[in-house]
Ligand binder design. Structure first.
Ligand code: SF4
Ligand code: SF4
Length: 269
């Protein structure tokens, strides 16, 4: 099996076709330009209050361009463990494509983690990408979590068969996040959701600061969560001073891009 041409399917990794690899490589090559055009379009329609047009555009483009599923740090590192036994581990890292394309800097710059056939596609498209060992990948994910970034599995074509990256997103520069806030449909909730024990809440407010989705608020010095806004990143759990939060399985979870079957299968062995 070619080391770079695999994608998860029903818990198995299968060989990726040459056309898929070529298309992903082309996308990786022109991604900075695509991001600049999309960002200018987003800013233009927000300025002229053309939100309806943005929603229509998003519905059309989301079929082809990367869309994401939010996961916890634990889910992301479980995935790294699941693929670490492969003949050649398929993880690479390069500059944050949003920061690079839009000429903005915030926090860690070398954080665009590409996986499976995506690692090969991005290395072919740009010499700024280098291989990462599983241990390096897990360490980087941990650091990005501490920085307050959201691990998100991204795929093109709206298909888990095209999952190619674990981006660590935030709400200020990250284009997919801003596009999601403006038009919806770009990001999807992951397998977990937060559970809050109000009795243990100290009212410190860290969860309000930490959540990029605006799911938390303080009412009379006690946290409240709007579960309809929780995407399941777990960022509020690790900084909760009262240990009042934990992640639980999302009842209405619809799996899109996180290769949950692959991870479950690997952890069962
Ligand atoms: S409430 Fe917590 S787990 Fe849910 S999206 Fe916000 S930070 Fe993430
Ligand atoms: S971080 Fe924890 S203790 Fe602090 S306000 Fe939020 S739920 Fe309460």
């Amino acid at each position: 099996m070619a080391h770079y041409s695999m994608r998860p399917k029903n818990g198995e990794l299968v060989e990726t076709g040459r056309i898929q690899l070529l298309l992903q490589t082309l996308y990786a090559r022109y991604e900075p330009l695509i991001l600049r055009v999309l960002d200018a379009t987003l800013r233009f329609f927000l300025k002229v209050k053309g939100r309806f047009i943005l929603i229509v555009l998003a519905r059309l483009l989301n079929r082809f361009l990367p869309t994401g599923e939010v996961v916890t740090l634990q889910r992301a590192t479980d995935f790294i463990d699941a693929i670490s036994g492969l003949e050649k581990t398929q993880i690479a890292v390069g500059p944050c494509r949003c920061q690079e394309s839009l000429g903005k800097r915030k926090g860690t710059y070398i954080k665009d983690m590409v996986i499976l056939y995506g690692a090969e596609a991005y290395k072919r498209a740009s010499d700024e990408y280098r291989d990462l060992s599983p241990e390096e990948a897990k360490k980087l994910l941990q650091e990005l979590h501490q920085e307050g970034l959201i691990p998100t599995f991204y795929a093109c074509m709206g298909s888990g068969g095209w999952t190619f990256a674990i981006c660590s997103c935030e709400s200020e520069i990250c284009f997919p996040f801003r596009a999601h806030q403006a038009a919806g449909g770009v990001l999807h909730p992951g397998p977990d959701i937060v559970a809050l024990d109000s009795e243990s809440c100290t009212g410190c407010g860290k969860c309000v600061e930490r959540c990029h989705f605006g799911a938390n608020r303080l009412v009379n010095q006690t946290a409240e969560v709007d579960l309809t806004k929780c995407y399941g990143c777990g960022l509020c759990v690790s900084t909760c001073s009262g240990e009042a939060r934990r992640m639980v399985k999302r009842e209405d979870y619809h799996n899109r891009y996180y290769p949950i079957d692959l991870v479950s299968k690997a952890s069962a062995h």
